[in-house]
Design a protein around this ligand. Structure first.
Ligand SMILES: Nc1nc2c(ncn2[C@@H]2O[C@H](COP(=O)(O)OP(=O)(O)OP(=O)(O)O)[C@@H](O)[C@H]2O)c(=O)[nH]1
Ligand SMILES: [Mg+2]
Length: 336
């Protein structure tokens, strides 16, 4: 893939102040220029003034990528599995984007740095784009920034985008819900199955992957998952997708079970298409995105000088008993 553009890269920390040549960046990204992709992601995740222009320029080129989410407890093997999947998709000639999202980490080092090191496998391959995202510094949070980064990778021509996120709480579930297909990884002996059920992760799984199947207890973990599935859930409805359970040893180069995972992902993709569920999920995703943007905009307006002055005077009226907080809220919304 030719490296094409000469778009200037703005140093982090001063982003957004210098104006970006958005059309050139989008053209560069579509030509596979990694620096243009990086710059576009920075512009969207930092909510730069160019954000709207970027979003408008990207939208005609989106809707192509197959989005696959990987979630699970820390250390279960998400990055290793991601690396194995990237290898498999590359072997099939696909362009691949990877978003490694770490909602729990306020720092940019630690686990993410580890991810980057392991991902060096793919360094220098122009058909792979890898980006780590941590919660620090994002105006609207990761739940807001991740779909925007996804759009950039989609528009840049990625056939597949893999999103890795640690499964520990609600925001991860939101991020997982960005995916067309969500894989929940568990490992033997980690008590993951039970934890997963608690976290509601069972509900988001389209596919279970019992990784580290080379360890003792893999059979038991599979049985635990089957048992939990037998208790019901959305997949108990007729015609609904029943999440298959695959075993992998992601750390092995060959005979690692990844082929089976890919097979199941493809089956799920076909089911999404034939059942209409794929379209439904994409629309729901877009609806949430619109809602998040609208709410962020409202919050911004509330915080600006005009909004906070109005809020202050209404608060006075409520304290004085001249109005109630519900009427005051209506008035505030009218003023905005
Ligand atoms: N025995 C065995 N070890 C594995 C397997 N897959 C991954 N590992 C090892 O497990 C450790 C954690 O793997 P990662 O891929 O970093 O796990 P992760 O889920 O991405 O971890 P975090 O991003 O920190 O949550 C590494 O030392 C891997 O080499 C496997 O199938 N079998
Ligand atoms: Mg990882």
């Amino acid at each position: 893939m030719a490296v094409q553009t000469a778009a200037p890269d703005v140093p982090r920390g001063r982003r957004g102040r210098r104006s970006a040549d958005v059309p050139a960046l989008v053209a560069g990204a579509r030509d596979g220029d990694a620096r243009s992709v990086a710059r576009l992601i920075s512009l969207v995740e930092d909510a730069s003034p160019a954000l709207r222009e970027v979003a408008a320029a990207l939208s005609p080129h989106t809707g192509h990528a197959q989005v696959i989410g990987l979630t699970g407890s820390p250390g279960v093997g998400k990055s290793t599995t991601t690396t194995a999947l990237v290898r498999a998709f590359r072997a099939a000639g696909k362009r691949v984007g990877v978003l490694a999202v770490d909602p729990s980490s306020p720092f940019s080092g630690g686990a993410l740095l580890g991810d980057r090191v392991r991902m060096q496998d793919h360094a220098g391959d122009a058909g792979v784009y890898i980006r780590s995202m941590a919660s620090r510094g994002h105006l609207g949070g990761l739940a807001w920034a991740t779909p925007q980064a996804l759009r950039v990778l989609d528009a840049a021509g990625c056939d597949v985008v893999l999103i890795e996120t640690v499964g520990v709480g609600q925001s991860e579930l939101e991020i997982a819900s960005l995916a067309d297909t969500t894989m929940v990884l568990v490992a033997p002996g980690m008590g993951d199955g039970i934890q997963a059920a608690k976290a509601g992760i069972l509900e988001v799984a389209d596919l279970f992957v019992v990784n580290k199947a080379d360890r003792d207890g893999a059979d038991q973990t599979v049985r635990d998952l089957r048992y939990m599935q037998s208790l019901g859930g959305r997949f108990a409805e007729p015609g609904h997708w029943r999440p298959p359970i695959c075993r992998t040893v992601a750390s092995r180069e060959a005979d690692n079970g990844i082929d089976k995972v890919l097979e199941k992902v493809e089956e799920h993709r076909l089911w999404l298409e034939s059942s209409g569920e794929g379209q439904r999920r994409r629309e729901e995703r877009a609806a949430r995105e619109i809602e998040a943007i609208a709410l962020a905009t409202l919050r911004e307006r509330l915080a600006d000088v005009h909004g906070s002055a109005a809020l202050g005077s209404l608060a006075g009226s409520v304290v004085a008993g001249e109005t109630d907080p519900f009427r005051a809220a209506d008035e505030l919304l009218d003023k905005l």
